[in-house]
Write a protein that binds this ligand. Structure first.
Ligand code: ADP
Ligand code: ASP
Ligand code: MG
Length: 817
């Protein structure tokens, strides 16, 4: 190749031409392409070079087609490969027709159709496309051609360049670029065309014989700095879907901090430790004295950006928390000196390595992506089988120059030491501290550690289950109190769920018109499948508000706790489940150290369990509690006398919404038994359903019939109820449905729910219909009881009680650090 361009032209290129790079996510659909075209016109100079990746997930799609074809070669069934290829063709043609029109559309479509006919031919067994890199190259070729055409259509001088026409490399696991010949080829192509924006394919190059090669997954960042260094450009701008490099991956961590500047060594270390934000080879070709790399957002151009350059003299601080979910440890016998030497000389440096002298072992930690490469490499060098592979590890690292001197170093060490830490080490250049953990990583953990390192405000994600009366009332209360609630922690509602539909958004729901939004945005879901996903919600802490009456939800409490959620229940089903379920819930709750509040399950908003806990914490002992625990029963009996039929009262109460949908739930005293169990367990007593002596108001013969029929036959209970009333009157008393439990002298518990006759003047006989009353005897309150009474139901008081639980949780969590 001859150099036809003058030195002056070369110098002009170096001074004037900058490089821009757009990744696949910036080119995912027609809308993205238009945005990129606008950026290229407004933010790039008239002669700038633009490096592009394949649109969206095209590279993954191509790989899937190749795999399906290979499988087809074995099974003789190419159905899958055909389906995938058709989808890819549709996607690519869709982009073209959405973006182009007229002659340009015709010519680009024509070229694309030719490409796809080669693909179909290849799939049918024709040998036209020779190797995998050649197939992969199409992805970048299509995006470069399309973007150039879109610019041309908008009247901008633009063209595209297939990088294989100038970028030459020798084949190797990481292709070795032949710099001189590549530079010459590129300058030849562009220097004569000042004023044309060239779109260059990222990711690909060719060997000296013209065979396609690829630069490794996500290699387009590298292409961009390569191209930049070939023309000695001053700046390469990498446009991403994120506005620069942040203190952690913004897709996983909330409230990340943006980094205006990053030193080369920090950026390089971050890439080496596997962060997807920049490819590890990006920095290799860079002239660090001259070039600056800017990372900025193609989605929000106005946002800030990160400039990577020579900033090593700035005050050392921990900059980025980065994580790898899957790490493989290679354990090597230290006595095999040859093998150790091979590891030490290997080009691919481990995340970290260390020796355990006493066991004669060395460890080298690698990213899971390198496992295949390392396995193949070991087969060649490890003749004696002295190396073994251990999986099930994860990595957390904090990157920053002179990390050891930073304040965050100590915080990081402290945080990881509370995990299943296998090894903590500084990297040799002191640019990062790396922790290898023998456990799974989830975003909750990342968030927690991140907020310890970078923000002092912690966050709580709230999942609201149940959107009935209480759910709605609590949501409006929350909206009213939001500012106050957010004082202690950053609290956001991340989901509203009913039994079949959920509206979930980890960024936090906008609660204006939430009912309408729920109708529009809620999707079907399975609770049991959702729960294991929740640890990925980017919050330090998560809480589930169970505002249902559902057994199905209560049964999942162990799973909620095990996945890291705290629980606030208005639902009685878990607190009153049978002894074995209950103790399972408590065991898991303790094991995972989660909080569980259920203040509203007894007496709705009444401050009952605060009083009980306060007494107990101050040294008192509760001896007995009795009273009227059910608002429904209170209403029925306070209105009952010899003049009215009990059945009419039940009907009336049902109509007013004072009973359960099936009033038998109330009449059989189920609801009261639940409350009694919860109260007794709250003060540390062991009590189960079978231990409670119950006089149900529901005759057995009415228990199993359909609800309609029951409502019709309700008067069958009237006679018995009238007899009861008359019987009580004989001694000047009235019947009331009481619940009680008392600790006996031998420490056993006597518990009972049933009718008792109360003197007409007694306070238990003179409640406001619906009122609850709890009469508490303790060591200190033994002559006169402590009495708590008031409304025991109602959506507002219950919502308030739920809020009171949330406040308690917040102060507990805020204190916990
Ligand atoms: P491209 O569009 O260039 O292919 P990638 O998707 O490969 O971009 O890389 C960008 C992604 O890197 C972001 O979407 C983000 O989720 C992830 N990422 C991980 N760590 C960080 C970090 N510290 N700062 C910014 N982004 C990060
Ligand atoms: N398209 C290639 C890939 O997906 C290169 C890149 O995106 O940087 O790996
Ligand atoms: Mg990428």
């Amino acid at each position: 190749m001859t150099l036809e361009v003058s030195t002056a032209q070369i110098e002009a290129v170096a001074e004037q031409v900058q490089v821009h790079k757009f990744g696949g996510s910036s080119l995912a659909d027609a809308y993205c392409y238009r945005r990129v075209a606008r950026i290229v016109t407004e933010y790039a100079g008239a002669s700038d070079l633009v490096v592009v990746s394949a649109a969206g997930d095209t590279t993954n799609r191509i790989l899937a087609i190749i795999d399906a074809k290979e499988e087809g070669d074995e099974t003789d069934d190419f159905g899958m490969a055909e389906v995938l290829l058709k989808q890819l063709e549709k996607y690519q043609h869709g982009l073209i027709t959405d973006l182009l029109s007229g002659d340009i559309l015709t010519s680009v479509m024509e070229a694309s159709k030719q490409d796809f006919s080669r693909w179909w031919n290849w799939l049918a067994g024709g040998e036209e496309i020779k190797n995998r890199p050649e197939l992969l190259s199409y992805g970048e070729l299509w995006s470069a051609r399309l973007l150039a055409a879109l610019l041309q259509q908008q009247g901008i001088r633009a063209d595209y360049i297939d990088a294989r026409s100038f970028l030459v490399a020798d084949d190797a696991p990481e292709p070795l670029i032949r710099v001189e010949i590549s530079r010459e080829g590129l300058l030849n192509r562009i220097a004569p065309h000042a004023g044309t924006r060239f779109i260059v394919t990222g990711f690909i190059c060719s060997d000296p014989n013209g065979r396609s090669l690829i630069l490794g997954r996500n290699g387009s960042d590298y292409s961009a700095t390569l191209v930049g260094s070939l023309i000695d450009s001053k700046q390469v701008t990498i446009w991403k879907d994120v506005a620069g490099v942040y203190s952690a991956d913004p897709r996983k961590v909330e409230r990340v901090v943006s980094l205006p500047i990053l030193d080369w060594r920090e950026a390089e270390e971050l890439a080496r430790l596997g962060s997807p934000v920049l490819h590890p080879r990006t920095f290799q070709p860079v002239n660090r004295e001259r070039m600056v790399i800017a990372v900025r957002s193609s989605l929000k151009v106005e946002n800030q950006q990160t400039r990577i350059g020579q900033y090593e003299d700035t005050e050392p601080t921990g900059k980025v928390l980065t994580a790898l979910a899957d790490v493989v440890l290679f354990r090597v016998d230290l006595r095999d000196a040859k093998l150790i030497e091979a590891f030490e000389e290997l080009d691919l440096t481990p995340l970290i390595s260390w020796n355990e002298i006493a066991q004669h072992q060395a460890y080298y930690a690698y990213h899971q992506n390198h496992q295949d490469y390392m396995t193949a490499w070991l087969e060649q060098v490890d003749s004696k089988n002295n190396a073994s592979q251990l999986t099930g590890y994860a990595m957390l690292a904090l990157v920053g120059n002179r990390i050891q001197e930073t304040e965050q170093f100590g915080v990081f060490k402290q945080e990881v030491s509370e995990q299943a830490l296998r090894r903590l080490a500084l990297t040799p250049d002191n640019n990062a501290v790396v922790a290898i953990l023998e456990q799974k990583l989830d975003n909750r953990l990342l968030n927690r550690i991140h907020s310890q390192l970078f923000n002092h405000r912690r966050s709580l994600g709230v999942l609201v289950v149940g959107r009935g009366n209480i759910g709605s009332a609590w949501l409006s209360l929350y909206r009213r109190l939001r500012e106050r609630i957010n004082e202690q922690m950053d609290v956001r509602i991340i989901g509203i769920l009913n039994s079949t539909q959920m509206w979930l958004d980890y960024n936090g729901l906008d609660l204006t018109d939430w009912q309408d939004q729920f109708e529009r945005l809620a999707r079907p879901y399975e609770m049991s499948q959702l729960i294991p996903e929740l640890p990925n919600a980017p919050y330090d802490e998560l809480v589930m508000l169970d505002l249902t009456d559902a057994i199905a939800v209560a049964q999942l409490y162990p799973s909620f706790f095990a996945n890291g959620l705290h629980i606030i229940s208005a639902n009685k089903r878990a607190g009153a489940s049978n002894e074995s379920q209950y103790s399972e819930i408590r065991t898991i709750q303790q094991e995972y150290q989660r909080e569980w509040y259920y203040n509203t399950t007894v007496g709705a908003g009444l401050p009952l369990n605060y009083a009980l806990n306060d007494l107990r914490n101050s040294g008192d002992t509760i001896r007995s509690i009795s009273g009227i625990f059910s608002g429904t029963m209170s209403w029925l009996f306070e209105n009952f006398n010899s003049e009215v039929n009990f059945s009419d009262l039940v009907r009336d109460a049902k109509q007013r919404g004072l009973t359960e949908p099936d009033p038998r739930e109330d009449l059989s005293c189920q609801d009261i038994i639940r409350k009694l169990l919860i109260l007794a367990r709250e003060i540390g007593l062991r009590l189960d359903w079978k231990d409670i002596d119950v006089d149900s108001l529901l005759p057995e013969h009415l228990a199993e019939i359909p609800l309609d029929e029951f409502m019709q036959r309700l008067p069958e209970i009237d006679e018995g109820m009238q007899d009861l009333y008359a019987d009580a009157q004989k001694t000047g008393k009235v019947p009331r449905l009481l619940a009680s439990f008392a600790v006996q002298d031998d420490d056993t518990v006597r518990a009972r729910v049933g009718i008792e006759y109360i003197p007409e003047g007694d306070m238990l006989a003179n409640l406001i219909p619906g009122e609850n009353i709890f009469v508490i005897y303790t060591d200190w309150y033994h002559e006169m009881p402590l009495v708590i009474s008031g409304p025991g139901a109602g959506k507002e008081v219950t919502a308030g009680g739920v809020q009171s639980d949330l406040n308690q949780l917040l102060s507990r969590l805020a204190k916990a650090k």
